[in-house]
Design a protein around this ligand. Structure first.
Ligand SMILES: Cc1cc2nc3c(=O)[nH]c(=O)nc-3n(C[C@H](O)[C@H](O)[C@H](O)COP(=O)(O)OP(=O)(O)OC[C@H]3O[C@@H](n4cnc5c(N)ncnc54)[C@H](O)[C@@H]3O)c2cc1C
Length: 327
């Protein structure tokens, strides 16, 4: 496999996959790298035995026609389907879609025709004679004429700093302002179906829990399987505490909605869950020549749709810089 490419996209979340799909459709040679084992980033689905959990984004909404078109395309490809129009008995009219079979189904569908290299943790990005050199922890080196960097902003900044990249004061100041909420997640396999009300989701505004998702009612798990998202305040206060103890506390708080015993559980921590501040520029051009574009939900809106919009913005920015015409 060649590690030289026209455009290297770092990250297989919604932003990276959207940018890569758009650039590949315009005839560019694109390679996508990610440190994870499976594509999707915060579009994440996990199995515990026979139970299946969405433990990152729970659903997708569409506020723009372009993203609504993408969701429709995913539905046609059986990578997504309609879930509901609200939770806890409230029908707010806004459709929510879920991934098929889980949220990673959307990412897998987008990645299907792309050159994706998983298990590549980018350590540093350096300027090379005709573009960029990217080093990974696993010992690979990638050369690209342009880079689209879609990791959460603090992680992207660390890659740039490690490569000695000089970032202008104004841009660095804007990037450093972007911070993220944390989210502790408990995935619990239950003895019996849960008491989470139909259609299998509950958003809470008080207490340690922000979200309860019943993956069985949602239609992605054959076994009773509940995802619990702790609130941002609880997650950051308890971030460094013993995870199993914290999980037991969350399970106790969730007991009225679990309704039966917990067979087993796992915990996951999202250090970069959702951006608290969004710099709504679409994407950030850190270098125009050679092109280096930063993109992600932090540059559009703190949700899956925002990530897609930023991915499209990054592809459009490469066009605006005249990079695509030169292909
Ligand atoms: C708990 C939770 C619940 C959410 N709920 C919803 C919801 O219901 N609806 C909604 O619309 N949105 C929701 N969101 C937000 C949504 O998931 C994100 O806005 C969106 O998925 C972000 O996509 P992204 O591509 O910008 O980032 P990510 O998905 O984070 O992708 C970035 C990728 O970069 C990779 N990466 C990072 N560092 C490196 C490195 N050094 N080398 C290589 N690769 C690297 C990561 O592995 C990752 O795959 C939720 C998020 C969380 C965490």
């Amino acid at each position: 496999m060649k590690n030289d490419c026209e455009i290297l996209v770092i990250g297989t979340g919604m932003t990276g996959l959207t940018a890569a799909t758009e650039l590949a459709a315009r005839g560019c040679g694109v390679v996508v790298v990610d440190k994870g084992r499976g594509v999707g980033g915060r579009l994440a689905t996990r199995r515990i035995g026979e139970a299946t959990f969405d433990h990152g984004a729970q659903f997708v909404t569409a506020r723009t026609p372009r993203f609504a078109g993408s969701v429709e395309e995913c539905c046609k490809a059986a990578a997504a389907r309609e879930w509901c129009r609200g939770f806890g008995g409230a029908n707010d009219g806004h459709l929510r879609w879920r991934g098929q079979p889980g949220m990673t189904g959307i990412a897998k569908h987008l990645a299907a025709d792309l050159d994706v290299r998983m298990g590549q943790t980018v350590l540093a990005l350096r300027r090379a004679v005709t573009g960029w050199q990217v080093e990974t922890k696993e010992g690979e080196a990638f050369q690209a004429r342009a880079v689209v960097l879609t990791a959460p902003v603090p992680q992207s900044l660390a890659m740039l700093d490690a490569g000695g990249m000089v970032i202008g004061t104004e841009i660095r100041g804007r990037l450093e302002k972007i911070t993220y909420e944390r989210c502790l997640v408990v995935m619990a396999v239950l003895e019996q179906p849960s008491c989470v009300p139909a259609p299998g989701g509950l958003q809470l505004t008080e207490g340690p829990i922000a979200w309860l998702g019943d993956n069985q009612q949602k239609g992605i798990s054959t076994q009773p399987a509940v995802t619990i998202h702790a609130s941002p305040a609880f997650s950051s206060t308890r971030w460094d505490d013993d995870r199993d103890e914290t999980a037991r506390e969350l399970l106790a708080a969730a007991a009225p909605w679990l309704g039966s015993g917990v067979r087993e559980f796992q915990v996951h921590g999202w250090r970069y869950s959702r951006p608290l501040e969004v710099d709504a520029c679409g994407c950030m051009t850190v270098s125009a020549n050679p092109p280096l574009i930063m993109a992600g939900d932090a540059f559009a809106a703190p949700r899956v749709e925002g990530a897609a919009l930023s991915g499209w913005a990054a592809a459009a920015e490469l066009g605006r810089l005249g990079f695509l015409a030169a292909q």
